[in-house]
Design a protein around this ligand. Structure first.
Ligand code: SF4
Ligand code: SF4
Length: 162
């Protein structure tokens, strides 16, 4: 059985190193057949998910970003922290304790859908995939697996060549 990468520090480092490569692959993906890509992404996601348990990770819950309204943020973040969110790179959800969601059954839809790899039209959502690649081992392994399955290799001297 294939071993997937789950080391968060390592993944963060690779994300920095592969910034240009990942953008180049994003461009390549936009030219691909959407249904074909979805099929591969859904299969890879199942494989990765079966081996990397979110209960051993919880990294997304520690990386909430100020992309929501004050009202929406109040569901996740203590009131006194909301003001400083504009300047925060990331902040932990207040329901996140010891890698577990303490309000799992009531978690918002965004939490249920994250990291969006079970949805269709992956090629139109690659911007968020690249953002989440850095923090989510599921996204990291699926994005890397997709490069391998498409037999794609980064060529830094070209915009985007196989
Ligand atoms: S969705 Fe990704 S970042 Fe969130 S807990 Fe699961 S593996 Fe970790
Ligand atoms: S509500 Fe639960 S799943 Fe959503 S960010 Fe908070 S701890 Fe994570």
């Amino acid at each position: 059985m294939k071993k997937f990468e789950s080391d968060l520090k390592y993944i963060e480092q690779i994300a920095k190193e592969k910034q240009d490569e990942n953008i180049s692959f994003q461009t390549h993906l936009k030219e691909q057949d959407s249904k074909k890509i979805d099929k591969i992404v859904h299969r890879l996601y199942k494989e990765v998910e079966s081996q990397i348990d979110c209960r051993d990770c919880g990294n997304c819950c520690q990386n909430l970003r100020p992309i929501a309204s004050h009202k929406e943020l109040s569901q996740f973040v203590a009131e006194e922290n909301i003001e400083s969110l504009m300047y925060a790179e990331s902040i932990q959800c207040m329901h996140h304790k010891d890698k577990v969601c303490t309000d799992y059954l009531n978690r918002p839809e965004e939490c249920r859908l994250f990291p969006y790899l079970g949805e269709d039209d992956f090629i139109t959502k690659t911007y968020s995939a690249i953002q989440n690649y850095r923090i989510c081992p599921h996204v990291y392994n699926v994005y890397e697996g997709l490069k391998t399955e498409l037999n794609w290799q980064y060529n830094p001297t070209s915009n985007n060549k196989k």
